[in-house]
Design a protein around this ligand. Structure first.
Ligand code: GLU
Length: 303
């Protein structure tokens, strides 16, 4: 039996499934939810649901409804009512204030095309410019260290802006052990190992979006703590983002949960599934006559 950290309030490990209502759930999400359910059951833990709807431009209530129906169909039940992130924007605002007060965030007024242009200019002079793990170029620092008066004037005039982390400053004086966390080496491992992932691979990443009072990263980190999550079990596509999350936890004084990044279920053509790829959507499979147990068996949770 593994040694598991427990939620001090309940004495049990606490897992979560945290979908974003930007589309329909597919078989990859089913795998993640079923794995969390299995681990919660095996450890006598609890399972919570979090609806990650901070992206107000892409999230829709009808997708949230569909997610709830799909999870119900799969027989996944949760131990508390869902936490909807859009109900907690002030909490994320407070966390952003803490980071601002520490001088770790700066406002950025640049548009996407201005950023693209600045990167193209750097690359035209034959300098290679770093990409983050998702393939986007690092922010070229346009507004880092901008004159205070100009920044204040623009903010006072209501000019839309994001808040970026000043990565160099956020890492100042930190050692790898300050950012260490426990991670299960793979999805079946029963023991964690100390892990360090380097957040600087993300550059000056957006922490508070222009069009939303938080980002997925900031809200998620705050909510792991708010929900007392002891075990974050999610896809490998988020393994690198954990570096950024651990850095935010450090600066917000939050205890890191343990992490487990599971394999990604791919479509028959080996392509990572996305919500827009309809064919392996759970509701489409259900409508095509598949039973929930067929899906569970196909994913290795039965038989
Ligand atoms: N909301 C994210 C997604 O749907 C998952 C976030 C997480 O598990 O930490 O991809």
């Amino acid at each position: 039996m593994t040694t598991l950290r427990t939620d001090p309030n309940s004495g049990q490990p606490v897992f979560r499934f945290a979908p974003s209502p930007t589309g329909m759930l597919h078989i990859g999400h089913a795998y993640s939810a079923l794995l969390n359910q299995k681990l919660a059951r095996e450890t006598d833990g609890r399972l919570l649901l979090r609806i990650e709807d901070t992206d107000t431009t892409r999230c829709r209530p009808e997708y949230e409804q569909a997610i709830l129906e799909d999870l119900d169909w799969l027989g996944i039940t949760f131990d508390e009512p869902p936490l909807r992130q859009s109900d907690h924007f002030p909490t994320y605002g407070n966390a952003a204030d803490t980071l601002r007060e520490k001088g770790l965030l700066y406002p950025c007024f640049a548009s996407r095309s201005q950023i693209t242009e600045a990167v193209a200019e750097i690359e035209a002079s034959e300098r290679e410019w770093p990409r983050d793990p998702d393939g986007s170029p690092h922010y070229p620092g346009i507004w880092r260290g901008a004159p205070k008066a100009e920044v204040e004037e623009r903010i006072a005039a209501g000019e839309p802006h994001a808040w970026r982390i000043d990565m160099a400053r956020a890492l100042e004086g930190l050692s790898e052990s300050d950012l260490a966390f426990e991670e299960y080496p793979d999805e079946t491992a029963t023991r964690t190992a100390a892990q360090f992932r380097d957040p600087s691979v993300w550059g000056d990443f957006v922490i508070v979006r222009k069009d939303s009072p938080a980002s997925f990263h900031l809200a998620g980190v705050v909510d792991e703590s708010l929900q007392g999550i002891t075990d974050v079990v999610r896809g490998q596509d988020l393994a690198q983002a954990t570096a950024l999350h651990r850095l935010l936890q450090h600066h917000l004084g939050l205890e890191p949960p343990r992490y487990r990044h599971h394999r990604l279920i791919t479509g028959t053509d080996g392509v990572k599934l996305s919500k827009s790829r309809g064919s392996l959507g759970l509701s489409a499979l259900r409508e095509a006559g598949h039973a929930a147990n067929d899906i569970k068996a196909r994913l290795g949770f039965i038989g």
